[in-house]
Design a binder for this molecule. Structure first.
Ligand SMILES: NC(=O)c1ccc[n+]([C@@H]2O[C@H](COP(=O)([O-])OP(=O)(O)OC[C@H]3O[C@@H](n4cnc5c(N)ncnc54)[C@H](O)[C@@H]3O)[C@@H](O)[C@H]2O)c1
Length: 241
């Protein structure tokens, strides 16, 4: 059964759906009001993920794909500009939507494009790395890098929905999995005893990427990220951020 966590406030509140496979028929209801869809992804992802999503999108929708080269270099002004030009030449308007399928790199740049094209169109996040599932897809931080530094240009802009499929984590390289795990461990030590306990008592299962344990970890972490996001929102309202 999918778990759903509500993130954000009032009009910009959205559901984060967490399941072993969250990309089921529910995706068709999330996109039913849109006419055209541009899926932004990168070439490091197993091809089957894109194919699975395309299969679930009703034939009545026009679906376009934009594939970035994998890696941080793609989170650039150049890619940002190319995606915007692509949207404009396809005549995307506010009845249309973007889908970010990938890790934090794809999520950040797609969210930033969505926040700026026509002063904001809808986007959906489908995070596929551990880091993006527990952190970068939650909280609405979008952006790109410039030569002076990482994430120097960006916007706070919430997605309409986040679909977290834990099964995506099975194909992640050890390096990427451990990088996400590092983030989880950091949060567990600093902020959350429950998450710390889950990690400590299930080391073997965590390392073997057991889906049940991953579900517990991601669920607990998204709840922590959501609370930090709420605190940040309050601080922004009070002019402290
Ligand atoms: N917005 C935020 O709040 C926030 C928070 C933390 C990090 N970030 C950003 O996130 C980015 C890093 O994200 P990341 O760690 O997810 O890396 P990434 O997006 O660069 O992905 C890493 C690699 O994993 C591959 N990949 C993705 N999903 C896969 C899967 N399921 N199976 C196999 N391969 C897969 C990608 O193709 C890529 O080669 C940075 O740009 C960072 O600034 C943003």
């Amino acid at each position: 059964m999918a778990k759903i966590i509500k993130v954000g406030k009032k009009n910009s509140q959205y559901d984060v759906v967490i399941a072993r496979n969250a990309i089921t028929k529910t995706i068709s209801s999330a996109i039913k009001s849109y006419n055209k869809i541009l899926i932004v992804t990168d070439d490091g992802l197993p091809k089957k993920y894109l194919a699975e999503i395309k299969k679930l999108i009703p034939k009545s929708k026009k679906v376009y794909i934009y594939i970035l080269p994998a890696g941080e270099k793609s989170k650039s002004i150049k890619s940002f500009n190319l995606i915007l030009e692509n949207l404009a030449s396809l005549k995307f308007d506010r009845t249309d939507c973007l889908i970010a399928l990938g890790g934090g790199m794809v999520g950040d740049i797609t969210g930033f494009v969505a926040s700026t094209y026509l002063r904001g169109i809808d986007f959906i996040q489908i995070p596929t790395t551990l880091l993006s599932q527990v952190d970068s897809s939650i909280g609405g931080k979008t952006g790109i890098n410039i030569s002076q530094g990482k994430n120097l240009v960006g916007a706070f802009y919430n997605p309409k929905k986040v679909f977290i499929s834990l099964s995506y984590l099975q194909t992640l390289s050890d390096k990427e999995y451990k990088s996400g795990l590092g983030e989880v461990i950091k949060y567990a030590f600093i902020l959350n005893k429950k998450l710390h306990k889950i990690l400590k008592s299930n080391t073997g299962l965590v390392l073997s990427r057991d889906l049940k344990i991953l579900e517990e970890i991601v669920y607990a972490h998204v709840k922590i990220s959501r609370s930090s996001f709420l605190r940040m929102n309050l601080s922004m309202e009070r002019g402290r951020y």
